[in-house]
Design a protein around this ligand. Structure first.
Ligand code: 3HC
Length: 314
């Protein structure tokens, strides 16, 4: 088939809401934006283990410790699924990790904030994983098959993450006045960074239009942000906690909650590497990668030996 016919076939698959599979022809730009988004998604999952991982040894009970360990381990698995999905596009995981460690690829802004108290673990589960679910459920219908399929399992596990965070905050909110205050303080600090997690406003989003035309993205940043606010406000009422935005109010005409404006300068600063914990998070990841080099070398040596034995036996 010539180039024009391949392009027509690709467009027909997208128009038919079918899946593009690794074996299918795809425009270089489609491949490039998938590598960009999937690798940054994977990096986010892995770096995202740090804020909560900080509290595994400090969890207030064996039950809470077990729940948190399971959640953090899930995030590692999400990262691995997503690196595998990226590899189907012809990139090497090692190359992506080198780009992250060199500051040449991004991870989500949300993971550049400190976890100051135990209640932050609840706020991250409830708000950050709640935002992640809002963003990731539409990705289960992404036009690229491996990414969409990875999202199906990720979303099932995210639901557990969000529920355990909500339940943790529910317990604190109804605990002693000090526990309620700790929960409210965490929500005050994590609310706006979670709302900003959906990306810049639609007018500043450089990729949304094309990503939606290719059905990688199903909704714009602002549409998903609004969904998140609409879902979360009633939950905050159930928790007995207030969200730090005095402009939140139900708008009957719109059928949505009105809410205040994000601090877009803050989001731009954090994305550019100047957030509260950017340097710490990346330095920790680089150090862990370097300290783990011997494991990768041992696994590669074993694989070579195994391959040599297998070929000698053939
Ligand atoms: N943090 C860091 N960078 C961000 C960002 C954020 N919150 N929002 C946008 N950006 C970056 C984009 O990557 C892009 O930069 P690039 O060209 O160098 O990649 C630039 O800002 C412009 O933004 P756009 O809106 O044009 O970019 P996208 O169309 O890619 O939209 C996105 C951004 C909504 C994050 C989209 O990439 C996406 O949906 N990604 C998949 C989901 C994801 O990565 N979620 C991150 C959190 S993972 C998580 O929460 C795990 C959970 O288990 C806790």
């Amino acid at each position: 088939m010539d180039g024009a016919a391949l392009e027509r076939e690709f467009k027909a698959l997208i128009e038919a809401d079918s899946r593009i599979e690794p074996r299918d022809w795809m425009p270089d730009e489609y491949r490039k934006t998938l590598v960009r988004q999937i690798s940054q998604h994977a990096h986010s999952e892995i770096i995202g283990m740090q804020p909560e991982g900080n509290w595994i040894t400090r969890a207030p009970s064996l039950r809470r410790k077990a729940i948190l360990m399971a959640k953090v381990q899930d995030e590692a698995g999400h990262g691995l699924y997503l690196y595998c999905a990226a590899e189907t596009l012809g990139v090497e995981r090692a190359e992506l990790i080198d780009l992250l460690n060199a500051g040449k690829q991004k991870y989500s802004s949300i993971f550049n904030y400190p976890t100051l108290t135990w209640a932050d673990v609840g706020a991250i589960g409830w708000l950050v994983d709640g935002a992640a679910i809002t963003n990731q459920i539409p990705l289960t219908r992404c036009s690229y098959g491996p990414y969409a399929r990875a999202m199906v399992r990720v979303c099932k596990e995210e639901s557990f993450h969000q529920r355990q965070g909500f339940e943790l905050l529910y317990a604190l909110s109804r605990g002693t006045p000090e526990q309620h205050a700790m929960a409210q303080d965490a929500v005050d600090r994590w609310w706006w960074p979670s709302v900003m997690m959906f990306g810049p406003p639609d007018g500043e989003s450089v990729h949304t239009e094309q990503s939606m035309a290719w059905r990688i993205k199903r909704f714009s940043n602002d549409e998903l942000r609004q969904r998140f606010v609409d879902m979360t406000v009633p939950q905050a009422e159930m928790l007995g906690l207030t969200l730090p935005d005095p402009q939140i109010r139900w708008n009957e005409d719109r059928g949505h909650y009105d809410f205040g404006e994000c601090d877009w300068d803050e989001l731009r600063r954090v994305i550019a590497g100047d957030g509260p914990c950017n340097r710490q998070r990346l330095a920790h990841h680089v150090q862990a990668h370097e300290e783990g080099a011997w494991v990768r070398e041992a696994a590669a040596a074993h694989a070579r030996k195994h391959a040599a034995t297998a070929s000698a036996a053939a």
